[in-house]
Design a protein around this ligand. Sequence first.
Ligand SMILES: CC(=O)N[C@H]1[C@@H](OP(=O)(O)OP(=O)(O)OC[C@H]2O[C@@H](n3ccc(=O)[nH]c3=O)[C@H](O)[C@@H]2O)O[C@H](CO)[C@@H](O)[C@@H]1O[C@H](C)C(=O)N[C@@H](C)C(=O)N[C@H](CCC(=O)O)C(=O)O
Ligand SMILES: Nc1ncnc2c1ncn2[C@@H]1O[C@H](COP(=O)(O)OP(=O)(O)OP(=O)(O)O)[C@@H](O)[C@H]1O
Ligand SMILES: N[C@H](CCC[C@H](N)C(=O)O)C(=O)O
Ligand SMILES: [Mg+2]
Length: 486
Amino acid sequence: MRLSELMKGREVPVVHDKHVKGLTADSREVLPGFLFAAFSGASADGRNYIEEATHKGAVAILTDNSYVPEDSSVPCFCEENPRQMLSTLAARFYGAQPETLCAVTGTNGKTSVAFFVRAIWHAIGLEAASVGTLGVVTSEATTKLSYTTPEPVLLHKTLTYLVGHGVTHAVLEASSHGLDQYRLDGTTLKSAGFTNLTRDHLDYHISSEEYLQAKLGLISRVLSPDGTAVLNADSEVFPAFARAAKERSLRMLSYGRSGEDIRLIDITPIQSGQHVKIEIMGDLHEIDLPVTGEFQAMNTLCALGLVIGAGGDPAAAARALPKITNVPGRLELVSILPNNAAVYVDYAHSPDALETVLEAVRVHAKGKIHVVFGCGGDRDKGKRPEMGRIADLFADHVIVTDDNPRNEDPSQIRAEIIVACPQARNIPDRFDAIEHAIDGLNTDDLLVIAGKGHEEGQVIGKETIPFDDKKVAQEIVQKRGGKNVS
Ligand SMILES: CC(=O)N[C@H]1[C@@H](OP(=O)(O)OP(=O)(O)OC[C@H]2O[C@@H](n3ccc(=O)[nH]c3=O)[C@H](O)[C@@H]2O)O[C@H](CO)[C@@H](O)[C@@H]1O[C@H](C)C(=O)N[C@@H](C)C(=O)N[C@H](CCC(=O)O)C(=O)O
Ligand SMILES: Nc1ncnc2c1ncn2[C@@H]1O[C@H](COP(=O)(O)OP(=O)(O)OP(=O)(O)O)[C@@H](O)[C@H]1O
Ligand SMILES: N[C@H](CCC[C@H](N)C(=O)O)C(=O)O
Ligand SMILES: [Mg+2]
């Protein structure tokens, strides 16, 4: 693509109108013919790498409007919001997006909602994909991603690839980092969902208000003007999201116990999951949902809203719900011991998620509730004592262990949790902690191994060692003569 075509509407002198072969925000990835986007960031300033990028053969620079170009051999586009501009350019450069695209944000539940949206579309017979924490998931394969919301260049490369492979429907997880950095601003979204907002990532966002503003961006900025906002009416911040939708005159669907369009009327736990009574766009449906926990029922309602909001038939979407399966690593029953004690693996890594999941399992536990968890390093420190307090309140036996310590001292992280749950056992090694917990389970007890869900590695320093909570639990349970479930 020619630079003038990419920069549509901007003046590009003929001498500079080169063929653009790629885009990147990282000078280390620049190849001859690339546009280099130079952003000032938290730990580096991309503008210091403009010279390096030029030497490597960059044919254009995109940066912010405080930059004064010195070298006129390469055209420099100085924008007020260069990150947003890169998203627009990436969309233009790669060209194709699945014709039906939607996204979901919220502190907890994004991966689950995305998984259910894809499952509903799949059950209806559509070629669907999801992009998020679990990677790029299609009916053919799963490709891992480093981040929940990929950076715009990778995102649009991925979307174009999916279209080339017959995918017509896709759902994206919109992380607050992704929204704050305008990673999704080049997408054309038919519907956008919001699950909930509680404490997380206050290391990055500084304040709860700023965190809320980042999440609101999905509705107030990114969702297409003719798109549908799908909002959790039970959330405390629902009014702020509804206002954002109203200000743009967007179509809105609300869901939840107080939802007007998708209303949860009743919920009863059953052996295979839960039986729910829901009113969907005025029609009453009774559905057996094969997933555990009221929070997962709520996530299926958000998924229904996204499918309907993007043009899907409500009755067909409702008929698909009994066919969904459990989300890997989200309240996943993995093993049952000979004494009927159950072992679950879950991804709760925020206070609200831990509370939600420990409350959700209460109805399934005839005996005591045990929990093994830790907190990630290089992440919001304030959530550590909060998670400790919740474990202390909602579980009968608590073991605190290591999550992904990253570059922090793991014993310090554990100590910051244990301040609020002094009765907890402190077992640094995650394998030992899980083994100890399993061996402590009496008849009908229930164990939740929280925080790492589907993850297959443990990040210690700069290294990632193989570690999979589900595999570890199943190996231990098998040795004890128990049976593995999934
Ligand atoms: C905190 C965060 O989100 N940081 C992102 C941000 O980094 P930054 O602006 O601070 O980058 P920086 O290191 O200061 O560098 C500034 C610029 O100089 C460039 N650079 C730097 C060095 C060099 O030699 N050459 C060069 O060009 C960098 O590519 C960058 O564009 O912008 C960079 C791209 O421009 C991202 O790669 C980077 O993601 C980092 C790696 C990251 O860890 N992100 C995580 C926390 C994240 O996004 N997580 C969310 C999930 C959260 C959740 O919901 O749980 C996600 O969506 O996965
Ligand atoms: N609707 C919900 N309300 C409260 N807690 C939830 C909800 N959905 C999921 N959870 C909890 O949050 C955990 C993570 O769920 P999920 O992976 O779906 O969320 P996410 O928003 O994608 O998380 P991440 O920010 O890591 O991408 C679950 O394992 C569960 O403990
Ligand atoms: N997307 C989240 C996942 C956290 C998972 C938990 N295991 C941790 O490492 O803190 C993050 O990167 O903050
Ligand atoms: Mg996720």
